[in-house]
Design a protein around this ligand. Sequence first.
Ligand code: EPZ
Length: 420
Amino acid sequence: MEKFIVKGPCKIKGEISISGSKNAALPILASTILFEKEVIIKNLPRVKDIDTMINLLKSLGSEIKFNKDRKIVKITKKKKQNFFASYSLVRTMRAGILVLGALVSKHQKSITSLPGGCLIGARPVNYHLNALKKLGMKYDIKKGYIHAYTKEKLKGTKIRFSKISVGATENTIIAACLANGITLLRNCAIEPEIIDLINFLKSGGAKIKFIGKRTLKIEGIKSLKSTSYSVMSDRIETGTFCVAACLTGGNLKINNFDPKIIKTELSLLKKVGAKIKVAKKQIHISGPKKIKNLNNLVTKEYPNFPTDLQAQFMVLLCKAKGKSSITESIFENRFMHVAELRRLGAEIIIKKNKAFISGDTNFQAAELMSSDLRASVALVLAAIVARGSSTINRIYHLDRGYENIENKLRKVGVNIRRVN
Ligand code: EPZ
């Protein structure tokens, strides 16, 4: 199994370019099932989850042609459409559930695996199923699979999500595009990746518009037309590199990302002492000599502080002067990195969904185990500022969502290598 060896402490200095967003590309790829004609998707990140989604699309009958560097894909339909999304694919990548709305909407049937549990929380799909049911989908659950069908086309209706969910909002938007009539969706997630999905669908002719901050109106159309679309850049990769620069007292120019999308994160980094200059598609960040603490940082839906940056900010606050605290309000078990950070010397106490961080930690290198994607990158960040040589095991978690991370880090001064 591959691992990273990181020799710290290192200072980050230089320039990097942000890759395409994994969490925007996944629903966009799933939604290509709605199209009859050719679709071209550009700026795909080269990460494992994208390969899994592509394999899922292939298994459903899409024809896939990549360009040389696998960042542009042309998707066309073969004659035979399949409807079976297997457990082996959906289990490893929960976004596989996003093909459900597309299959039922376009082809009136699907057998999609339930994703099952996940390290960071139970992550049920009840909001997805409830919303699709309101659009007319019938379903039974047999042997771990959702057997879904509808006799006629889905029918537009009014739906209010009882809780904000990124995936449920995406699945329902995708399904409603080709439904008969008008769908009103209230209490939607408004993450930038959802806006990107909407922009993609609109580029194919879908009629979707916001009529309130979290309310969408979708006018069903008969079919979507051929389109070509470039996926947005990854805001979590950007946030991770901003934290890395700040943590090491470094100096980093981050290219190919619109800073307006991560205003909340940038203002938090300013609070801890970073100096930040922004241009149209660039962030220039320099870390402070002394990192200031933050009290009661809470993860919440966009435009608030994202759960996907919680672990990275925790590492930063371990190095801050004084005590900090973070509340995780999205997932019930997203503190997997804490036990590993303690092995590097961090003093963190967990009480329910709140982490109390002592600060002023002198990280000392250790052998570490990755758990989920963001916990793993947090370990890499901590290893960068730890004294000595750390080994990070099970880095396949990182390969699911960070493109070329060791090369990008090496280029800006981190002593990191991948070994078998
Ligand atoms: C998306 O997951 C992201 N994944 C996650 O990114 C991200 O952490 C999360 O949104 C929150 O921002 C992708 O975009 C592929 P949710 P999703 O539905 O859609 C509960 C990463 O590291 N819930 O907004 O699964 C759920 O358990 C990942 O890149 C239900 O109870 O998140 C959670 O507590 C991990 N029933 C909360 O809602 C449902 O039917 C929010 O989940 C759906 C969700």
